[in-house]
Design a protein around this ligand. Structure first.
Ligand SMILES: Nc1ncnc2c1ncn2[C@@H]1O[C@H](COP(=O)(O)OP(=O)(O)OP(=O)(O)O)[C@@H](O)[C@H]1O
Length: 265
């Protein structure tokens, strides 16, 4: 069994005294690619934000790389792509500059080295944007902007990559490029700038509504429901209704319907 990368024990999170997570237990090991599924508002983002220390636990404990999160200081080992963060936003930065910013936690205050440049170039290549490196991010499509943010996280050569709905609203070509980048990231050979120790598997935790081209990569699905983990195992099959191409993803589900796991809007 490989090293636990993340463990949450009896994790409780409440907003304004309303509990959203009510005693969650999860352990994720190196090399796992975990999809966090669940209905809208079930607490998927809250789960990963709690893992990162972005929301406080009312009780319970989070450990990262076997260190209590409160004492964890090696944040360069963790990459995070938040939900729908617009990388463009009128900022005239180029793809290369945005991705280079993701290397800062590794680089500190020294000059960019050849290894840093190699890691930045490899991250851009991994998401298929090499030919756009010098273009302003604002000129890219939404999917390409999202790929830029993923490359920014990859540039730091993290060991754990946490992504909140990385493919929501992303075009099909970008989803395929992203799936390829994740495959590279998880492989133990991916350490283009030498920061991630050789022989270390990458670990991925991602929130998703639709898995699309990511599906073959997912080794484990966690379904958040009613403040807990309702399912922990293989990716559940969508019900026949959901598999139908005309399914419009707007109807409410009965509480007992396991299809809630697909988080229909
Ligand atoms: N900062 C906050 N303050 C108060 N309530 C919040 C806050 N963030 C989230 N919530 C509420 O907590 C619940 C869980 O939200 P969360 O964003 O974790 O769900 P989610 O499963 O990620 O949803 P979605 O699929 O819509 O992104 C929701 O009812 C949401 O309204």
């Amino acid at each position: 069994m490989s090293e636990p990368v993340l463990s949450i024990s009896h994790g409780v999170v409440a907003y304004n005294e309303r509990p959203v997570l009510r005693g969650v237990d999860v352990t994720v090991s190196a090399g796992e690619v975990v999809a966090v599924l669940g209905a809208n508002g079930s607490g998927k983002s809250t789960l990963i934000r709690a893992a990162l220390g972005l929301v406080p636990l009312a009780s319970g404990e989070v450990r990262l790389f076997d260190t209590p999160q409160k004492r964890f200081r090696q944040w360069a080992r963790v990459g995070y792509v938040p939900q729908r963060l617009g990388a463009g936003g009128g900022v005239p930065a180029t793809v290369g500059e945005v991705v280079a910013a993701g290397r800062l936690a590794r680089r500190g205050l020294r000059w960019q080295s050849a290894r840093d440049r190699a890691a930045i170039a490899a991250a851009i290549e991994a998401v298929g944007l090499t030919d756009r490196t010098r273009d302003p991010v604002a000129d890219l499509s939404g999917g390409q902007q999202q790929r830029t943010l993923i490359a920014r996280a990859l540039a730091g050569e993290p060991e754990l990559l946490i992504l909140d709905e990385p493919t929501a609203g992303v075009d099909a070509a970008s989803q395929v490029a992203f799936a390829g980048a994740l495959r590279d990231f998880v492989a133990d050979g991916w350490h283009p700038g030498g920061a991630r120790p050789e022989g270390t598997l990458g670990t991925v935790i991602l929130v998703a509504h639709e898995l699309g081209p990511l599906r073959p990569l997912i080794t484990r699905a966690l379904v958040v429901h009613d403040g807990g983990i309702a399912h922990d195992g293989a990716v559940p099959e969508p019900t026949a209704d959901h598999a139908h191409p005309d399914h419009d993803h707007v109807h409410p589900h009965a509480p007992q319907t396991p299809a809630n796991i697909w988080g229909d809007r």
